[in-house]
Design a protein around this ligand. Structure first.
Ligand code: GLP
Length: 242
């Protein structure tokens, strides 16, 4: 695991975007695993700027997103479908037919998850998977559990995750209670993994996840077993580790 310590959020965003950009340059038809949440927004802004400068071409890039709320229509501005369009897809020349998210509008969760896993396989799996880190150590929506979930599945969101995400909704009652998410096994199959983390509020979980024991109680800790992980984190997020 490589840890890149950055000065602040902007520095983290630029360095993370550089890693994704080099992936696209080296393999123009790469499969990017993409993430939502507030942390990667700056990374996407830098990728859009690189595209606008003529340094990046997304025309052959394929993408698979980590997760999606169950039951939110795509046009809801809190759906991850909306987020990806708003923060990245509509600003670059990616072919929308090559972008994939779990279908949160599919009420049959077995169907939604099996189909999504098949889509990931059909594009050849992620060359590079971008991840944020939840305060409880979740990646995608893989919440702390007794075991690591292998494949895309439907999860009941934890109270703490619902609380953390309520800032984006009119009220806590509007926050969806379930989501479809890639499993830990789906994430671990990515050839490379890039984790972005920022802020003092993530310092404890950074220490637990990347320097503590590997346990499904801290889902991100499994990343210690992946052969090619880069964590780009700012000083505040790394303040509890040497
Ligand atoms: C959500 C997403 C995760 C994300 C996490 C952290 O729960 N499903 O993929 O990593 O939030 O979000 P933030 O970056 O806003 O702290």
């Amino acid at each position: 695991m490589r840890i890149i310590r950055t000065k602040d959020y902007d520095d983290m965003s630029r360095k993370a975007a550089n890693i994704i950009a080099s992936q696209i340059v080296l393999k123009p038809d790469c499969v990017l695993g993409l993430a939502t949440g507030s942390t990667p927004i700056g990374t996407y802004k830098n990728l859009v700027a690189a595209y606008e400068n003529g340094d990046l071409d997304f025309s052959a890039v394929k993408s698979v997103n980590l997760d999606e709320y169950r039951g939110l229509p795509r046009e809801n501005d809190q759906s991850y479908f909306y987020f990806m369009h708003d923060n990245l897809f509509k600003h670059v020349n990616i072919d929308l037919a090559n972008t994939h998210l779990p279908d949160g509008t599919e009420p049959d969760s077995d169907k939604a998850c099996t189909e999504y896993e098949a889509i990931i396989d059909s594009v050849g799996g992620q060359d590079l998977q971008l991840l944020g880190l939840g305060h409880n150590g979740h990646i995608g929506f893989n919440e702390p559990n007794d075991e690591f979930d292998k494949l895309t599945h439907c999860v009941d969101l934890q109270e703490s995750t619902i609380e953390a995400n309520k800032r984006f909704f009119a009220s806590v009652d509007d926050v969806p209670k379930q989501a479809y998410t890639m499993g830990i096994g789906t994430i671990m199959k990515a050839k490379k993994i890039l984790v972005v983390v920022s802020g003092a509020d993530k310092a404890q979980i950074v220490k637990d996840a990347f320097f503590g024991p590997v346990t499904p109680r801290v889902p991100a800790s499994i990343l210690q077993f992946h052969p090619d992980v880069t964590v780009v984190a700012d000083e505040a997020a790394l303040s509890l580790v040497k």
